[in-house]
Design a protein around this ligand. Sequence first.
Ligand code: TEU
Length: 531
Amino acid sequence: TTQREWWRDAVIYQVYVRSFADSDGDGDGDLPGIASRLPELAELGVDAVWLTPFYVSPLADGGYDVADYRDVDPRFGTLADFDALAAAAHDLGLRVIIDIVPNHSSSQHPWFREAVAAEPGSPERARYIFRPGRGPGGDLPPNNWQSVFGGPAWTRLTRPDGTPDQWYLHLFDPAQPDLDWTLQEVHDEFDDVLRFWLDRGVDGFRIDVAHGMVKDPALPDIADGQSADLLDGVTRLPYFDQDGVHEIYRRWRLIADSYPGQRALVAEAWVEDADRVSRYLRADELHQAFNFEYLQTGWDAGALRRVIDRSLATNEKVGAPTTWVLSNHDVVRHVTRFGGGEEGLRRGLAATLLMLALPGSAYLYQGEELGLPEVTDLPEDALQDPTWERSGHTERGRDGCRVPLPWEGSEAPFGFGPAGTAPWLPMPPAWSGLTRERQKADPGSPLALYTRALRARHELAALGEGAISWIDAGDGVLAFRRGRSFVCAVNLSGAPVELPLSGEVVVASGPVTAGGGRIALPDDTAVWLRT
Ligand code: TEU
């Protein structure tokens, strides 16, 4: 008999390694820090952790610029620390997913350093996408592609004697040169990297920019008016979501399946719609993809319902579980997106209960269980995200959702690191009121709600997989049944509502009252009922 695959209804907690827990006081979180806090994640009730990149890296893009795919950056620990962390997680029943970054390496990767030192046309240069420039003297980039982070997607090398050399492609930062996936050597290298970590016992991979890697070989200019926006939706960009990328995943699937246990492959693919996403989830490809459509939907009942229905329907066609995600290290934290303050928090908690009641798997981003808001007032000289620099300072970048976690105490770094040490990003003094320690002692805290919800999710057999059936509950109210004895209702109507529902309140994100076959649901509030 085959065991049901663990990821089909797993709640997966994203650990942003640099900002989770700093065991040695250097200001950066690290693997021993994570290991020391695992019992708290087990207590929260998640099923798995996803670790963002901890590989050797100059951290030009927070570690998504990898200089050695088979080792741990000394700031984050050692391979032995990784093994200890994985073992401790497994002992607690937590699975471990790690990031793999195949679209580009760091410019400090030995391959790129060799390429820079080598001649145009050499095998060393062939591993990346080097081209001569256009125009007189080759002074113009080979085409008009723009970097996702802003500015041209091409940078020109200069030889040691000062004369100009070829241009190389980087869809992200210049410190992240794109690998050339037409080369067999690149495929072989990543096959081997996958095996390296699978051998060490990881339960899966989150594949960074899974829609990248394969480029239209003609490297055509993009049409006027077409942006580098990832969800452009107008025409497929010549460097994203190309058909050839699926061959890579069919190969990776064979590798993952050749290992005992159930190893999951998760796509980070910012492509136009659920239909395009589902192509990554065909039976011989990846197991999951982040549902960014859900993440991008605002606090609107109609829009949410449409996205939920579409996500479930498309995934059902390919037989893959739907995922739900509200936040990650690339986007403004959702309590802030939902309006900030008390209102944003209320909506955030209601959105969480909604997401955790839906069929499929859910991703939590560290700190959302504390209701953390985006930090919008980081001093400019503290900002580190390359998007700040590359946007010409028109965008604040993604540091505001990456501020280290407040664990305990009343003074920064709030237990993130040893007392008196400075975290890599400053932590707001007001976070003394949001520490995990404070919230653990408060049954009305976001942490308490997340903990109760995750426990209930495990206990209610109806959750996990299985269909939903909508209940007509009036404008601005989302209500659905799962199985015979579970109902979730969320009020987004802008006013309190009374619903003709009976049952016992299992979890509620605000003050609901039930009785006499009716339930009174304040605005921006969600409730789970056992009926
Ligand atoms: O992100 C891919 C990506 O393009 C989006 O996250 C988003 O468009 C970007 O953050 C906008 O600024 C992945 C990683 O999640 C991200 O942290 C990395 O910077 C990026 O890949 C490059 O590796």
